[in-house]
Design a protein around this ligand. Sequence first.
Ligand code: PEP
Ligand code: MG
Length: 757
Amino acid sequence: MPVSAAASAREILTRLHDVMAARTTAQMKLNSVVAIIGEAIHSEVCSIYLLREGVLELYATRGLDQGAVHVTKLALGEGLVGTIAQRVEVLNLDEAASHPDFAYKPETGEDRFHSFAGVPIIRRERAVGVLAVQHTDRRRYADVEIEALQTVAMVLSELIANAGLIDATGGGTDRPQSTAAMRIPGQKLVDGMGAGYAVFHQPRIHIEHTVAEDIDAERHRVYAAFDKMREGIDRMTREAEFGVGGEHEEVLATYKMFAYDEGWARRINEAIDSGLTAEAAIERVQQRTRQRMRQIDDPLLADRMHDLEDLSNRLIRIVSGQMGTAAQVGLRQDTILIARNLGPAELLEYDRRRLKGVVLEEGSLTAHVTIVARAMGVPVLGRVRDVRRLIAEGDLLLLDVSDGTVFARPNSGIEESFEARLALRQKRKAAFAALRDVPPVTKDGHRLTLMVNAGLRDDVAALDVTGADGIGLFRTEFQFLVSATLPQRERQQRLYREVLDVAGDRPVIFRTVDIGGDKALPYLHKTDAEEENPAMGWRALRLGLERDGLMKVQARALLEAASGRTLNVMFPMVSEPWEFDEARALFEDQRAWMNRRGRQMPIEIRYGAMLEVPALAEQLDILLPRIQFLSIGTNDLTQFLFAADRANPKLAERYDWLSPSILRFLARVVGPTRAAGVDLAVCGEMGGRPLEAMALIGLGIDRLSITPAAVGPIKAMVRSLDRSAVTSFMTGLLADPPRDMRGALTDWALQNGVELT
Ligand code: PEP
Ligand code: MG
């Protein structure tokens, strides 16, 4: 008996290497494999079952009756072999017949054998076959033998894939329902429906070769990959730009712990010693870990498992040089993108015409990736637990965000009902589109102003599609996010001019760049110091005033683009009035400079500020005389009021826009702003939700800048609303807030015929 798993597997792999390379048929190769394995581990029987058309078929055997080959077939879950494939689990039994799942197959002549061990042959986390050994003695196989079988099963997976023997219907899996239709719930981030095929943002890696030619070379490859991976993780820790939101520390600490885990590195080395390539060794260790973890039912451990999976994938990616995301590889038509999380820039790399939806394991309502997706018109379902495990690349998916679900591998019944809902949705959309030229006037005759948020060149088309009154927030940083390098003045100017051209008489409010937070630019190194909390860090105007070169360039681009027209400029993240003054002064200096050179100027510049840092509200009386308009950014405002990171999925449902704190805060801003004759708008995501918008109107806010898709529903709501009635209702509600504000507002809306969908 061989002394170690590595030696045992290596002996087999060395012999298998020649079999793999031989120019013979797949069947002959499998016949050789069972002979080699049976001999090497002194087992009387060695058999290979492959999944064909959803059934496990005996493909090759040494020891069982040859007449059973291609005759013996087991369904998934049937008998020991079917159980192994279905559960993707190892069985090691000294008396096979006493196992409850044992199914006797007389044609095999297996009644002579008592002990039985089987391991799944895995491809992309699914079982595509089973490798089994049997013996007449009653004995359990030793761990080293099982290890050797599992290693061989990896090689077999390569062999059968290369020979085209992989079953097109997929395999039994670690999740029993995986080939069946499955409804997976998540959180609604960007409403919409879409059908398409699953594409992983970070594609699964295809391991081309499993058997090493040169073990030393493989060892060196894995050492180098470890170095590179650890370097990358150290860099992330230093720059604190990894991931989004306040989980940095925890995530990085775990990553670092795993990345430097000597036990992990040692196990990979042992797998290489057994004759596997570096990629196959990493995958082999990962399979083993997956298997162990599956036996432990602990959500915390499951989270850690994701980290380890990520790290393992990262290592394989480095070692195999398959580094790109799906965006670089090129998308198929009708893609539903699957990712743990995405940055806004990462999402913008995708061709929006091919993207039918995004499904994230994390994500939150006001994270910038969500806002970008909304701008792109791509539905997003977030917080879908385990999605990367439950869905396989290429699975057909039906995404219905309004229902909070994604259907994987739907059957025709599900498809039909999806189509029906889609048709209904289109109908509703058409009804909203019909409101395009209808003004947003309340039942009691108040004309509100409905504008759209935009940021990409193509978004501007939404003005005509929706019939909006203008662009209330143009997020200029989106151009920076989609560019590989800092956009030069001419490029900025061109974009702004194009936007103004399309808008014509309708106003456009350009917000100066809001870089930082979760909108990190890879080419702009913000600071040497780590930012533990970038959303509250050196971002937006704070960065702009200090890096004034950047802001001056933008000021000139805007002034040039708006020559002969009105320019509306808005500054983000103003915390104190002097910041506004400085920003305005910077623009005025540029105006004077250009004036001296005889350049044509805007006929008027209107300056405004965003109210998103609560501190500013305390100095509103000082700010108001200096500005022409104020726009409340409820996305940031809420996160700061509640001290709840907007990008942190754990806090996504923690606060409510309809909480008395927010509504009372807003109510306090409305009075003085109106009295000062300053235009007041809300441009956060809150304004795009009918119930929330109703509450805002009740507070006296009559300008909303919202996502284009929300214009129809909000207009419909406005037209069904009596403004004075909601105002008096809100006054009472805020004086004595009920515990369930949302419930109270919903009830009132229903009783008063307000259209909320
Ligand atoms: C906001 O904070 O509400 C806002 C509109 O700005 P952004 O979402 O771009 O930070
Ligand atoms: Mg903001």
